[in-house]
Design a protein around this ligand. Structure first.
Ligand SMILES: C[S@@+](CC[C@H](N)C(=O)[O-])C[C@H]1O[C@@H](n2cnc3c(N)ncnc32)[C@H](O)[C@@H]1O
Length: 460
């Protein structure tokens, strides 16, 4: 995972930060689900991080629950050995074929993050069935999938609603068994129902990127037999997957205030933020700064939801209500002197249940959930947003080049070309009807749509 982040962004420090920040966020989401399902984390006796790798998330489970309640399993023996010896959790080596797995016990909660996103079709169902059968009677399986909208544009989703490509980031695993997969919502529901699971799908529930799925074995496997009760309970779980947010622009201007010797630095940030679930809302966006060596964290500025703006062009792509106000911009003064490559800038979005202030609503956690959208050096954010904007503009150039190419194939264009040829032959013009040719570099490169700062998770 760490190597993937590093190759994706090209900066080692940023990759390390991303690795731990995303691990913490994933663990917080899963533990929030656990709190809601089991009532209290004290009732969660055992958690298995299945396909846990080298513990990006496992370490945060262990920190919250204590290592005795946590186990990890992976196909890679080195990853299991690391989890056992360094993180102090339990662990066992997994198998390619679910039928060969010999788990030492059943678990209250099994988390399988970024594992089903790699499985081929046949293994997908078999692992689903196997993991559900490894749950304690009231246990819960939480796993992530790539939804259809994450499928790269160069691929087409087959009618069965499942696409598998035998390629992945792994150097060690067979890509026919561990590639990359995408699944539609209806196909996922069919498969879950096929293995008798009561389930709930949280679109983009994992760090605003992968879909999160909660599943529990139905009455056939469990003792209580109350499938409808389970469905109701699953639907009613109060879950806030955090905000989805993107920083679209970041600029720094240097000025001198009248009558003052020292220069002032003004940071302007803008972007969009939306809640991760229908029953939650964005409450505020804050910018914080920690400048070592004293490391004091200071708040530079906060924007309340009331100051956010409508962004019409985002309504369709983000599937928003027409009245939504996702746009935000913040202008904050930075302390000087400031070490732009060392000071840690944090941008976070607070979300909470829509009925938080409703005195007759059901009791909800009083603390806002804070989603860290950015945590890194100011200099890197400036570089990162500039790069993202360059990629966005380049993408637009590819799209326009494709539109122009299609236009040139039309009857009207062919007629126009003929007309220009006649004019040129008659010496009436020198103009080339096609304009400069579109070169190979103007064409869309193969590859995946990027998520920008929206997420630090999931392009795996
Ligand atoms: C993309 S990584 C995710 C690691 C970790 N869950 C995280 O989110 O950081 C997928 C992991 O699944 C493991 N894996 C692949 N096939 C598996 C199997 N059949 N059983 C258990 N783990 C498996 C891989 O070795 C790898 O560590």
């Amino acid at each position: 995972m760490l190597e993937f982040s590093w190759r994706d962004g090209g900066d080692w420090d940023a990759a390390v930060l991303d690795y731990f920040a995303s691990g913490e966020r994933v663990a917080a989401t899963v533990l929030q689900v656990a709190r809601a399902w089991f009532g209290d984390l004290d009732h969660l006796g055992s958690l298995l991080d299945f396909g846990g790798g080298y513990g990006r998330v496992t370490r945060f489970f262990a920190a919250e629950l204590g290592p005795q309640r946590v186990s990890s399993s992976d196909l890679l023996p080195g990853a299991v050995a690391f989890a056992r010896s360094v993180l102090g959790v339990g662990g066992f080596v997994s198998s390619v074929d679910p039928a060969d797995l010999r788990p030492p016990r059943r678990y209250d909660l099994i988390y399988a993050g970024s594992l089903f996103t790699h499985l081929p079709s046949g293994r997908f169902d078999r692992w689903l069935e196997r993991l559900l059968a490894m749950l304690e009677p009231d246990g819960l399986l939480v796993f992530s999938v790539h939804g259809e909208e994450l499928l790269p544009p160069e691929h087409e989703m087959p009618s069965e609603g499942f696409f598998f490509e035998p390629s992945s980031e792994s150097h060690e695993l067979d890509h026919a068994e561990y590639g990359s997969s995408w699944i539609t919502g209806p196909a996922l529901r069919r498969r879950l129902e096929g293995v008798g699971a009561v389930h709930r799908l949280l679109p983009r529930g994992l760090c605003g990127y992968q879909d999160l799925v909660l599943a529990t074995a139905s009455a056939a496997v469990t003792a209580d037999g109350d499938v409808d009760g389970r469905r109701r309970r699953m639907r009613a779980l109060p879950i806030d997957p955090g905000a989805r947010c993107q920083i679209e622009s970041c600029t720094l201007s240097v000025g001198r205030r009248a009558g003052r010797e020292a220069a002032t630095l003004v940071l302007e940030l803008s972007g969009w933020a939306i809640p991760g679930a229908a029953d939650t809302r964005v409450e505020s966006i804050a910018v914080l700064l920690a400048d070592p060596p004293d490391g004091q964290v200071q708040s530079l500025g906060t924007l309340d939801a009331g100051q956010m703006q409508p962004r019409e062009e985002l309504v369709e792509p983000l599937d928003l209500d027409a009245a939504a106000r996702p746009g935000w911009s913040l202008r904050v003064a930075l302390p000087v002197p400031l070490r732009r490559t060392a000071a840690l800038l944090v941008v976070e979005v607070a979300t909470g249940p829509v009925d938080r202030f409703d005195p007759v609503g059901p009791p909800r956690a009083d603390e806002a959930l804070r989603t860290v959208v950015w945590a890194g050096a100011l200099e890197r954010l400036l570089h990162h947003t500039a790069r993202e904007n360059f990629l966005r503009h380049r993408q637009r150039v590819y799209e326009l080049a494709e539109i122009i190419e299609a236009m040139k194939q039309s009857f009207f264009w062919r007629l126009r070309r003929r007309w220009f040829q006649l004019k040129r032959a008659a010496g009436m013009t020198e103009e080339d009807p096609d304009g400069p040719p579109i070169t190979a570099t103007d064409r869309r490169p193969p590859g995946r749509a990027r998520a920008g700062t929206e997420t630090q998770e999931g392009r795996r």
